[in-house]
Design a protein around this ligand. Structure first.
Ligand SMILES: [Zn+2]
Length: 422
């Protein structure tokens, strides 16, 4: 890598040249020998797809509002390439880099895609059995959900976790949106002005509702944990499916996390509740039977200002260990997920009562799915439709109230007047 140094000096933004030049600085700069820049990483992903059109395809989805633009790259793995029949396969959706400062997660995404394209290999894995597993799957990988936030991390603030305009993309979803805990810190958890106000969250919701995954994993760093729903309550769902999911997580913990990982509901295990998260929405509204949040690395000894070190491995050995352990964990899910689903889960048995808001979300999106792309425009106006529906309900109640009170009034005035003979 030494020969790349002059080139890196040209490419690395000035903020990092300053950070690198000050040996006693209180924070660790991004290690460019280990980590790709956002542009390099997405270029590598696209080059990989280009080399393997029989298995991989890529789409870039754009959205924006109020002068803010976002784009998300989505890679699809399926043995049949573009001819793949989504509905006949077991569907897996993985998202990485939802928080800007968690660079390691996107490196894991790249590693998984390299293994899927057979440019890299997992140790101790039988190729035939892996191929049999992969035949049944379609996997969508979002390598860097929060590209604008990541840009801020690389150029301005290594502690940024929110998107390019300061909203936490893991608090912008509609399930239990906007509730604030006592220790609420807007720098960390700003939920935005409304559910799905952010283009990144809109793109991800649309992707999930049209793809209808059986497995969703939202990949983060900051600690080591395997979380299942709920994030906004300190309980996990009841019943056998949830019990089986817990045992899958225990197995992953033993085999790939050296028994270091915390297991349970996000809300119950971390010590604080999180409201408006992607995983709770995937479970409650999209009805994804296996919805998880994985936390793949954290350095609890790092100072709270030293974000690169706190959220990402800084030495080669740890970096490689994290990539190896976690890419293997995902391939275990690819293998075990379909079995678990066949045994005990179906999309219907997660049905439960939902709020009007959540019902509308699901209802309108179901309409959109049924009529295909023509109804995509509905999605853009979803916030407005919800607001009109609420106003409609409110005005109906008011009208009813006025009508009833008028009847009551006229009755009482009739009984109050004494009969006068004409
Ligand atoms: Zn995170």
């Amino acid at each position: 890598m030494a020969f790349l140094l002059p080139l890196l000096i040209l490419l690395v933004p000035p903020a990092f040249l300053v950070a690198n030049a000050v040996p006693n600085s209180t924070f660790t700069p991004i290690n460019r020998d280990l980590y790709h820049s956002r542009t390099e990483l997405l270029e590598q992903v696209k080059a990989l797809v280009h080399r393997h059109p029989d298995k991989l395809s890529v789409d870039t989805i754009e959205a924006g509002n109020k002068g803010y633009q976002a784009e998300i790259t989505v890679v699809t793995y399926c043995k049949m390439g573009r001819e793949c029949d989504e509905r006949s396969k077991f569907r897996i959706l993985l998202s990485f880099g939802q928080h800007g400062r968690e660079l390691i997660t996107s490196e894991v995404a790249l590693r998984i895609l390299s293994i899927l394209s057979e440019e890299q290999f997992l140790p101790n894995v039988n190729a035939t059995s892996l191929n049999n597993t992969l035949d049944k799957l379609i996997i969508k990988v979002v390598p860097m959900e929060n590209l604008n936030g990541r840009k801020r991390v690389e150029e301005e603030d290594p502690c940024e976790r929110r998107n390019g305009r300061g909203v936490d993309l893991n608090r912008n979803w509609s399930v239990d949106w906007g509730k604030k805990e006592k220790d609420y810190d807007p720098y960390e958890e700003n939920p935005g002005i409304a559910p799905f106000s952010e283009p990144e969250a809109q793109i991800m919701r649309k992707l999930a509702l049209s793809f209808e995954p059986h497995v969703w994993v939202n990949v983060h760093s900051g600690m080591e944990a395997l979380f299942m729903p709920y994030d906004h309550r300190n309980t996990t769902p009841d019943g056998l499916p949830a019990h089986r999911i817990k045992s899958l997580l225990s197995e992953l913990n033993q085999v790939h996390c050296h028994n270091h990982c915390m297991i349970g509901s996000g809300g119950g295990s971390v010590g604080y509740l999180a409201h408006g998260t992607a995983t709770d929405y995937m479970y409650d509204i999209v009805k994804v039977p296996m919805a998880f949040t994985f936390e793949i690395y954290g350095d609890p000894t790092a100072s709270s200002k030293d974000c690169f070190k706190m959220f990402n491995p800084v030495d080669l050995t740890t970096f490689n260990r994290v990539l190896n352990d976690w890419s293997a964990a995902f391939f275990s899910i690819f293998k075990l997920g379909p079995h678990l689903f066949d045994e005990s889960l179906s999309r219907t048995n997660t049905d439960k009562w939902v709020s009007i808001d959540e019902y509308l979300d699901g209802y309108l999106m179901e309409r959109r799915n049924r009529y295909g792309k023509k109804f995509e425009v509905l999605d853009l106006g979803m916030q407005e439709i919800r607001t009109y529906f609420r106003l409609f309900l409110l005005s109906s109640v008011l009208l009813l109230f006025m009508f009833c009170s008028r009847i009551a009034k006229s009755k009482s005035s009739r009984t109050g007047v004494s009969p006068v003979p004409v």
